[in-house]
Design a protein around this ligand. Structure first.
Ligand code: NAP
Length: 276
């Protein structure tokens, strides 16, 4: 089955298309055509963020395409440095304005701490993340956001939200690619009915030149990008590949093949030093 036809229900009942187009590092003007190309290919789910500075372009593409709003799924993210209730409300209102939409389908906290503090000894920001979450919950209650979630959260960050939330997180968006899989976080999310989205499935392009992957992709008659995206898919994760090229955007949605159990095991054992 073509992955573009697949959608699943989040833990709040909202339907989410199971492949998203990533839009990081695509500027506001370029993203208009890229979203239109992806729509033509069959993508219905677009992953943006305040930090990508392209929400306006994503919204413009949807308006120019004249698609029914209900047939499109838009994700955006509260920036990692926004850690208070009031600032969160402001930034969500700005996103709604920039996207020029009446509602956002999925809204995520981009990271548990500001980017420049994201290291293993970071401050936890537990209270602050709960304050951000409370503001996001308000937008769900007034119908301006359909689902809320988190990104780059580990098990303890998620537990903090679960312990204090009224509305449970639906999604955790984390990096996941061959050579880097957060097995513990993924298991915790799945055990708690939180969908895991795999960002950077091709490691932002770094996996494309790996000889090991080139060889394995040849065996399946697919490209390295397709092998990488299928790998995440077989882990039960929703892949978010990014490309600005229509032929790659299409190729990345053609993952209707099966990586054998033996090869999945071999891929799971690879480290980044084997690949880059
Ligand atoms: P990615 O999807 O892992 O890789 C993108 C790179 O691979 C681009 O250079 C692209 O080139 C190239 N590429 C993609 N498909 C290809 C193909 N079939 N053949 C050849 N080259 C191909 O990169 P990513 O942007 O890091 O991650 C994807 C998305 O995840 C982001 O765009 C964003 O939406 C999300 N993300 C979220 C976070 C977060 O903190 N939540 C962090 C990072 C990413 P071209 O564009 O030149 O075609």
């Amino acid at each position: 089955m073509n992955v573009l036809k697949k959608s699943i229900r989040l833990n709040n009942g909202v339907k989410i298309p199971f492949l998203a187009l990533g839009t990081w590092q695509i500027d506001n003007d370029t993203v208009v055509q890229v979203v239109k190309d992806a729509y033509e290919v069959g993508y219905r789910h677009f992953d943006s963020a305040v930090d990508y500075q392209n929400e306006e372009g994503v919204g413009r593409a949807l308006r120019e395409l004249k698609v029914a709003r209900k047939n499109i799924f838009i994700t955006t993210k509260v920036p990692a440095h926004i850690k208070s209730f009031d600032e969160t409300k402001d930034v969500i209102n700005q996103s709604l304005q920039k996207l020029n939409l009446n509602y956002i389908d999925l809204l995520l906290i981009h990271a548990p701490a500001p980017w420049n503090e994201m290291n293993p000894n970071r401050k936890l920001y537990f209270e602050e993340n709960v304050a951000v979450w409370k503001a996001m919950e308000e937008f769900v209650k007034i119908g301006k956001v359909r689902a809320i979630g988190i990104s780059n959260f580990n098990k303890n960050d998620i537990k903090n939200i679960l312990d204090h939330c009224e509305i449970r997180p639906t999604v955790n968006q984390i990096p996941s690619f061959i050579g880097y899989v957060e097995t513990e976080t993924i298991k915790f999310c799945h055990d708690n009915d939180i969908l895991v989205e795999a960002y950077s499935p091709v490691a932002t392009g770094r996996l494309l030149k790996s000889n090991i992957l080139i060889e394995m992709a040849k065996k399946y008659g697919v490209s390295v990008a397709q092998l990488c995206i299928r790998f995440d898919y077989q882990l039960g994760l929703l892949p978010i590949p990014k490309s600005v090229h229509k032929e790659y955007i299409k190729e990345n949605s053609e993952i209707d093949f099966i990586i054998s159990r033996k090869d999945m095991e071999a891929l799971l054992k690879l480290n980044q030093k084997d690949l880059f």
